[in-house]
Design a protein. Structure first.
Length: 127
């Protein structure tokens, strides 16, 4: 479990955001962040649906729905496409290629935090 105090905050601007089915047929979501130094990094790629062995089909999950709701809520948007152009802090592991563990909105949007580890704990995912 990632502790917020162990993460580095890096300021960036969301250049793109989308969710859909990836090349493996799983529903996922990506938020692309451009940093001030000219680098970019993606946040997401987490499977937001589940596989039903009985029907042999993908189906929605409470985790996936909550992920999208929380992501849009912290930035006060009603559609994921409206994340484009928003400034945020990427909450990352330390180091040049540190994995983004969550996002924090800017002060004018309430300075709210979304951490994947907290959502996983809430839904009992990844035990």
């Amino acid at each position: 479990m990632t502790d917020k105090k162990d993460l580095v905050k890096e300021l960036g601007k969301i250049s793109d955001a989308w969710f859909g089915f990836n090349d493996r047929g799983m529903l996922d979501c990506w938020v692309m962040i451009d940093y001030e130094e000219g680098c970019s990094q993606g946040f997401g790629g987490i499977c937001l649906d589940t596989y039903n062995k009985e029907t042999e089909e993908r189906e929605g999950s409470a985790f996936g729905c909550d992920y999208l709701v929380q992501l849009m809520t912290i930035f006060k948007v009603d559609r994921i496409e409206k994340l484009r152009g928003k400034y945020c802090y990427a909450l990352k592991d330390d180091g040049i290629n540190g994995l983004i563990r969550g996002l924090q909105s800017m002060r004018d949007e309430g300075s709210k935090t979304f951490l994947v580890s907290e959502l996983c704990k809430k839904h009992g995912v990844g035990k």
